[in-house]
Design a protein around this ligand. Structure first.
Ligand SMILES: [Zn+2]
Length: 224
């Protein structure tokens, strides 16, 4: 399936593949039970909603119909089992997942070459929505970091290395979080900021008449 597919897609594909292989057995099975340790993939098989893995859910439906047609009233189950080495069938499932992940796409697409003659080239591998979304957000963050990096001065605010929000701040109220981020980003109502924002004529501290009321001054120096 190439590098463009997520592990989740491989799991969905493996489930669909298992259903595809079931009717190809010599005897038509009366009962088909598939075990998987991928809960999200199992859940996706039961849904019609568009989303990652949908194409495999549709494939699975098709294979189920084939099975039903071959033998009326047969029972099909997809069950969850914890991932464990040595469980019967688990090695086989891993094998199938690997086959599904390695299957090349043989569909060819006609391309117009510069000489005007058409030639057949291998089509790019199909990509999952999850994979596309990931690429988009990764590119977006690079641009966002460059933009923010050019706008903030290192003295006032250092961009955190991780994109994850601070869990303590995220769990607090919006009011409290803004109280925390204002001084952190240099936007607290200090004399220095109000002077910069042209609200006050000078950056002087209104408590101790120190010439510049900065963040550090208020927290560490100002007697008030
Ligand atoms: Zn002061």
């Amino acid at each position: 399936m190439g590098n463009n597919q997520q592990a989740y897609d491989a799991e969905c594909a493996a489930l669909a593949h298992a259903l595809e292989l079931a009717p190809q057995r010599s005897t038509t099975p009366e009962r088909v039970t598939i075990f998987s340790d991928a809960q999200a993939a199992i859940r996706q098989m039961a849904w019609d909603e568009p989303g990652p893995g949908q194409q495999y859910a549709l494939q699975a439906r098709k294979h189920i119909t084939t099975l039903r047609r071959a033998r009326k009233g047969n029972v099909m189950e997809i069950g969850w089992c914890p991932a464990r080495k040595g469980v019967a069938g688990n090695e086989k499932a891993d094998e199938w997942a690997k086959i599904a992940a390695g299957e090349p796409n043989t569909r060819g697409v006609e391309w117009l070459s510069s000489s005007g003659r058409t030639e057949v080239r291998a089509a790019p591998l199909p990509r999952s929505l999850a994979s596309l979304k990931r690429e988009i957000s990764e590119k977006k963050w690079v641009v966002a970091r460059q933009w923010a990096g050019g706008r903030t001065s290192k003295i006032k605010y250092c961009m955190p290395k991780s994109q994850k929000p601070d869990s303590v701040v995220a769990d607090s109220t919006k009011r409290l979080a803004s109280r925390y981020y204002q001084p952190k980003t240099g936007h607290a109502r200090t004399g220095q900021y109000l002077h910069w924002a042209k609200v006050r004529p000078e950056a002087q501290c209104w408590w101790c008449k120190c010439p510049s009321q900065t963040r550090d001054h208020l927290f560490k120096v100002c007697p008030e």
